[in-house]
Design a protein around this ligand. Sequence first.
Ligand code: FUB
Length: 453
Amino acid sequence: MLTAAAVSAQNPIVQTCFTTDPAPMVDGDTFYIYTGHDENGADFFWMQEWRVYSSKDMVNWTDHGSPLAIEDFSWGDDRAWAPQCVARDGKYYFYVPLHSSLSGGMAIGVAVGDSPTGPFKDALGKPLFDDGSWDNIDPTVFIDDDGQAWIFWGNPVIRYAKLNRDMISIDGDVKTVVQTAEGFGAPGLKERKKDAKIGPDGDYKDCYTEGPWIMKRGKKYYLLYAAGGIPEHIAYSMADSPEGPWKYMGPVMPLQDTGSFTNHCGVADFKGKSYFAYHTGKLPGGGGFGRSVALEEFRYNPDGTFPTINMTEEGVSPVATLDPFKRVEAETMAYSKGVITEQNAKTGVYLSGIHNGDWIKLRNVDFGKGGAAEFKASAASALRGGVIEVRLDSVEGPVVATLPVKGTGGWEEWQTFSTRLSQKVSGVHDLYLLFSGRKGPRLFNLDWWEFKQ
Ligand code: FUB
């Protein structure tokens, strides 16, 4: 049964697979989120690849698949953990932690690409930093106003270094942030009181744990981080310089029922609004090792500090409309039920796993004044196909088109199917594509769709 809440939910922002450790990046008119990917049914962070999603309106997300995975690093063999991608001089630098077969510890790698969605290649053919320690996770990078790039990482220590202009080499020494009560609400792990309780009710409520996010706003530097041991919440510190001294500021996202014992955040501004990305275990079937990225909009306090940000199911509002008269990739969705995405060299990313009763939702679709008169879709089916029902404004809203999709002789034998709409559709609507057909088997795959006037 579809509940009203499920239909209006915007969080988690991806429903087709688990996504973790979000790192937002704004490039031109597009908001990108780089993520990890928890495996289905995992009992640890056995993560194999990183993924990229993008949106121009903050509610309809295009799945760009996985442009980078463990096998792209000859020296890496496990644990594709929390990434961040940063743009510089027309290139995109993708910083990742992964297990090093060279040292046996975790190491920081960097891949480079010509586009925010890749392809990405290991920039060095060796780790950017690898000293055999398990502390080397969760790299975060920012470029200061003077052009100096900085990288921070670590659990439970905070390491940091300057990056050279090439973004793929470290300038000088790797240093360690000295954790103090004044800086982080707690001293570093080794200096803490014996038997001290950490976490919200303990002695060290907001102690640094992992997942740093370094950023600058105005003249102030911010270091957000997963805090309080397990279960984690998000807290932050501020400074007047990237090298501190840091001032402990307290929680941003206090401990709450996220369904995940880790949390991991990233922050970015887009089209005049500020966004906080984090992860929860809230996707059905999810949990501590099945996490999903969520987004909240927030406003900084007048003095530049963070407000308290709580998780919501509703998520964020659209900041633009979606044009249905230009080909829309089927893997662009505001919400979905039942479907997954697949990716290969022939087709790129497409919508798959479509069964009777599944659907996808697009939000804030602008059919304009002239309106739409025809619906087209590129689909493929090795079996008997099915039907795409086009509805407006809710899964139970008016049906404006019914498009039969026939068997095409293969799951990637794409054919374009089209039908006239039963009525002209104009104005801004939420759009639902509902899939129906025989109960049980896969019906068809969907590559793209569009409307015609
Ligand atoms: O996703 C694996 C690990 O879990 C990340 O590196 C940490 O930040 C935590 O989210």
